[in-house]
Design a protein around this ligand. Structure first.
Ligand SMILES: Cc1ncc(C[n+]2csc(CCOP(=O)(O)OP(=O)(O)O)c2C)c(N)n1
Ligand SMILES: [Mg+2]
Length: 335
C-alpha cells in the first residue's frame, strides 16, 4: 500500500476490524480489475482471488515484515496483503508507468521483494522448490525468517510439490506450505483429479507432517492456525502443510464465466464467503454497523480514485523495454 492509502485504510478499530478492512480493500480492488478487464483495459489474463481474501490477509497478519511469502499467478491479494503499493500493482496490470515490475511481469508475475513477497509464478508448482530455497537461505543465514508458500489444490499433482515438501520436512526448514483449496483446478473439480479425499492434508503423512485443515473463509481461524505454524517453524520446529478450504467465486480467469459450476454450488458458496462472514462476526461482537458502512464507503471511494489515477497515468516510455532485463542493467543478449 502507498503510505497515503495505508493511512486511508487504517482505523482505530480492533484487529478483527483491520482484517475486515484489508479483505474489503482487496475485494474491491479485484472487482475493479475484473471490470477493467471486461472493458478491454487490460492485456493478458487476470486470475482473480475473489472469495479467497481471508487466506492472504489472515496469513500475512502473522508474518514479520522481513518474512518471505511467495505464490501463484492468483497472487494479487498476497502482494497487497504484504503491503505492496496498490497503485503500482494496478499500473502493472494496466500497462501504465510505475508498474510494480516495470511492466515486465503483468498480472501473473506480481512481485514485491521489498515487502517480502517473492513473486507470483505462472507455472503450476514451479515456485515450491524456490520457496524451499528461501527457507534454506534463512536457515543458513540464521535470520529467523519464515517463508509461507501459497499454492492451489491442483499443484499437489505436480512432482515439484512432493520434492519441495519432502526436502523441507527432511531438513526441518522454516516454511509453512498453504494449499488454497478453492475446489477447482482450472475447469475441473479437484475431487475428479485426486484419488484421495484432500489434495494436501491427505498427503501430509507421506512427509511425516500433521494433516492440518482450516476454514479458509474464516480470517481469524486462518491467522490462528498459520500463526501457530509460523511460530513453530521460527522456533526450529520445522515445516507445516496447511490446507485452507475456500471457493473461487468467479471463473479460473477473468475471461472464464465459470459456467461449468453447478448454480446451487455457487449460490451456497456465496453465503459462506469471507467478507460476509467477517462482517457478521463484527456486528455480532458489537461493532456499530454505521461505522462499517462508513468504512465500506471510504474503501469504495479509495479504490475508485486509485483506478482513475492509474488510468490517467501515461504508458511507459518504449525505451524502458530494455531496462531491468539483466541484473547488471545490460540489455544485450548473452550466453
Ligand atoms: C505445469 C503447468 N501445467 C498446466 C498449467 C495450466 N494451468 C494453469 S492454472 C491451472 C490450474 C491450477 O489449479 P490450482 O493449482 O488449483 O490453482 P487455482 O488456479 O485454482 O488457484 C493449470 C492446469 C500450468 N500453468 N502449469
Ligand atoms: Mg484450485
Amino acid at each position: 500500500m502507498t503510505q497515503a492509502t495505508a493511512d486511508e485504510r487504517r482505523t482505530d478499530g480492533d484487529r478483527d476490524t483491520v482484517l475486515y478492512e484489508q479483505m474489503l480493500f482487496i475485494r474491491r480492488f479485484l472487482e475493479k480489475v475484473d471490470v477493467l478487464y471486461r472493458q478491454g483495459q487490460m492485456h493478458g489474463p487476470a486470475h482473480l482471488g475473489l472469495g479467497q481474501e481471508a487466506i492472504a490477509v489472515g496469513a500475512a497478519s502473522v508474518l514479520r515484515p522481513d518474512d518471505y511469502s511467495i505464490g501463484t499467478y492468483r497472487g494479487h491479494a498476497h502482494a497487497l496483503a504484504r503491503g505492496a503499493p496498490p497503485e503500482a500493482v494496478l499500473a502493472e496490470l494496466l500497462g501504465r508507468e510505475g508498474g510494480i515490475c516495470g511492466g515486465k511481469g503483468g498480472s501473473m508475475h506480481i512481485t514485491s521483494v521489498e515487502h517480502g513477497y517473492y513473486g507470483s509464478y505462472a507455472i503450476v508448482g514451479a515456485h515450491l522448490p524456490i520457496a524451499v530455497g528461501l527457507a534454506w537461505a534463512s536457515r543458513i543465514k540464521k535470520t529467523g525468517q519464515v517463508t509461507i508458500c501459497f499454492f492451489g489444490d491442483g499443484a499437489v499433482n505436480i512432482g515439484a510439490f512432493h520434492e519441495a515438501v519432502n526436502l523441507a520436512a527432511l531438513w526441518a526448514l522454516p516454511i509453512v506450505f498453504v494449499c488454497e483449496n478453492n475446489q477447482y483446478m482450472e475447469y475441473s473439480p479437484i475431487s475428479s483429479m485426486i484419488p484421495v479425499e484432500r489434495p494436501a492434508a491427505s498427503r501430509a503423512s507421506a512427509y511425516g507432517l500433521e494433516p492440518l485443515v482450516v476454514d479458509g473463509n474464516d480470517v481469524s481461524a486462518v491467522a490462528e492456525l498459520v500463526g501457530a505454524a509460523v511460530d513453530k517453524a521460527r522456533d526450529g520446529g520445522g515445516p507445516a502443510l496447511i490446507e485452507a478450504d475456500t471457493y473461487r467465486l468467479k471463473g479460473h480467469s477473468a475471461a472464464d464465466a465459470g459456467a461449468y459450476r453447478p448454480a446451487e454450488e455457487v449460490e451456497q458458496a456465496r453465503t459462506q464467503e469471507p467478507l460476509l462472514r467477517q462482517r457478521a462476526a463484527l456486528v455480532s461482537a458489537g461493532t456499530d454497523e454505521q461505522d462499517l458502512i462508513r468504512l465500506e464507503t471510504r474503501i469504495a471511494i479509495a479504490v475508485s480514485g486509485l483506478a482513475d489515477r492509474v488510468l490517467a497515468a501515461p504508458k511507459p516510455d518504449p525505451a524502458t523495454v530494455w531496462t531491468d532485463v539483466w541484473a547488471d542493467g545490460g540489455s544485450r543478449w548473452r550466453n
